[in-house]
Design a protein around this ligand. Structure first.
Ligand SMILES: CCCCCCCC(=O)SCCNC(=O)CCNC(=O)[C@H](O)C(C)(C)COP(=O)(O)OP(=O)(O)OC[C@H]1O[C@@H](n2cnc3c(N)ncnc32)[C@H](O)[C@@H]1OP(=O)(O)O
Length: 156
């Protein structure tokens, strides 16, 4: 994997349909996340239809970006910890067990949103990721996600 490869570009097809991060979902956000040193970065341009109060992004969009940025970060961190390429098998795929968001300021809709994440903890199948959301360099939201490796029998 090169520095500019997005984590989501390596998701196996059968788990690449997520509304937030699946590259195979034409209606979804299709976010792209990369490493920047020990941090992970996603940059996303909201669309006009993501409006909450006119001029500002809907909080659910911000939560969704934090969510999928963090599950992607969790997977990438596990590969990194094991010194494995993201295309190697078995694949690490994470789902959200817990999503916490603090909305600090309104997030403008007409500028790119930058989400930066850091891994706080890796324990067994669990990865805790903390994120900060900025627009124009201004911190507008913080998030914390508990991501858990998707069980074989997910949904059973
Ligand atoms: C795969 C590519 C798509 C990417 C998806 C993008 C994000 C999504 O929208 S995913 C969809 C939304 N999420 C879901 O539907 C998940 C539904 N929940 C589940 O399936 C299960 O509860 C699941 C898998 C999260 C955890 O269940 P299970 O595998 O039995 O976990 P379990 O063994 O109990 O716990 C593992 C660890 O996680 C912790 N944990 C589990 N649930 C939570 C929670 N809600 N809050 C905090 N911690 C939790 C446990 O405490 C444990 O930690 P520790 O080892 O420190 O004790």
């Amino acid at each position: 994997m090169t520095a500019m490869d997005a984590f989501q570009d390596h998701y196996p097809d059968n788990v690449a349909h997520c509304y937030g991060c699946g590259r195979l979902n034409p209606h979804g956000h299709q976010i792209k996340t990369i490493w920047d040193g020990d941090e992970t970065v996603t940059v996303y341009q909201p669309e006009p239809f993501h409006t909450s109060v006119p001029g500002f992004a809907y909080g659910g969009l911000i939560a969704s970006l934090i969510d999928c940025h963090s599950t992607g970060t969790a997977a990438a961190a596990m590969y990194r910890q094991e010194g494995r390429d993201m295309d190697s098998l078995p694949a690490f795929r994470f789902v959200t067990a817990s999503l916490h968001v603090d909305f600090l300021k309104p997030t403008p809709i007409d500028a790119p949103v930058e989400i930066r994440g850091r891994v706080q903890e890796i324990k067994g199948r669990k990865v805790v990721v903390r994120t900060e959301v900025r627009s124009g360099g201004v911190l507008t939201a913080r998030g914390e996600v508990v991501a858990v490796q998707m069980p074989e029998n997910f949904g059973a």
